[in-house]
Design a protein around this ligand. Structure first.
Ligand code: GUN
Length: 282
């Protein structure tokens, strides 16, 4: 069994990105990311700060725009418009979730698709489904794919079972593995006999947001298990969707929480911002 070290894999990718950014800067193309945080949700704040730190470490231009919880939808749209037309900004990310008085779809659709480094805009979703190479792919699914590739396991023809069907993770993750010629099953809260499905998974992706929903009896021996869950227990401890301790000896490869998918997500955001810069300025 190997524990997939997201921090280490992310570090290797970031080293390559840092070289690429250096070259782009020499040509006068410094990749730039604008991150917009609305309100003061502690988890969102810590994610956003980690994104900004990663930009700085890689020598990218970054702007963090903090807006009050009470901001109107119109003012937030104006803020997005200003970054849409800002030549120094290649990527725009609005941290989700947004306060309930703001229409999330409207905000996502206000970002021009060429700067939508999250890959949440319907144009990018469509491009991804069509297999267009200029689609921005959501960062967490991209990070998952990189980690699975790193195991050296062949993906083609494998059965990938995705538990969770969110627009941010589950749905695009399944699409990405389909493109790699896997057979994909999506499971969700209405799936009957979840265990019967998960036991089919050569690769099992858990993206539900419920602590330890994947137990040892649900995992096929020798599976690759990817845990996307980030759940905070009452004790304050972080835990995933997968019962790591019980499953680690049964899986061939497994990701820990923390230190698994999380660091990869931020790295893929940097990767998408570099791509955005290259695609816009070439
Ligand atoms: N909230 C949780 N994950 C994400 C993400 O990947 N992008 C954005 N914009 N918000 C998030």
């Amino acid at each position: 069994m190997t524990v997939l070290d997201g921090k280490q894999i992310a570090k290797e990718i970031r080293e390559k990105l840092a070289d690429e950014i250096k070259e782009l800067k020499q040509k006068g193309n410094t990749p730039g990311l604008a991150v917009i945080l609305v309100g003061d949700h502690p988890a969102s704040r810590s994610y956003v700060l980690a994104k900004e730190r990663a930009c700085k470490e890689l020598g990218m231009h970054s702007v963090l725009k903090e807006l009050p919880e009470t901001i109107s939808e119109g003012d937030l749209l104006n803020c997005i418009q200003s970054y849409n037309s800002d030549e120094q900004i290649d990527g725009i990310l609005v941290q989700l979730p947004l306060p309930s008085h703001i229409n999330e779809s409207k905000i996502i659709e206000a970002i021009i698709p060429e700067k939508d480094v999250d890959g949440f805009h319907p144009i990018n979703i469509g491009r991804m489904h069509a297999g267009d190479e200029h689609a921005f792919i959501p960062c967490t699914p991209l990070g998952i794919l990189e980690m699975v590739k790193k195991t050296g396991e062949d993906i083609s023809g494998k059965h990938v079972v995705v538990v969770g069907r969110s627009n941010l993770v589950g749905k695009p993750a399944g699409q990405l593995f389909l493109k790699e010629n896997a057979t994909v099953t999506y499971c969700h809260s209405k799936t009957k006999n979840l265990k019967e499905q998960t036991l089919q998974g050569d690769i099992l992706i858990a993206a539900v947001g419920r602590p330890n929903i994947i137990t040892e009896d649900m995992v096929r021996p020798g599976a690759v298990v990817i845990d996307v869950g980030v759940n905070r227990l009452e004790s304050g401890k972080l835990c995933g969707d997968v019962d790591f301790e019980a499953i680690k000896s049964k899986a061939k490869h497994i990701t820990p929480v923390p230190g698994g998918v999380g660091p990869m997500t931020i790295t893929m955001l940097m990767n998408n911002t570099v791509l955005a810069s290259k695609w816009r300025k070439k």
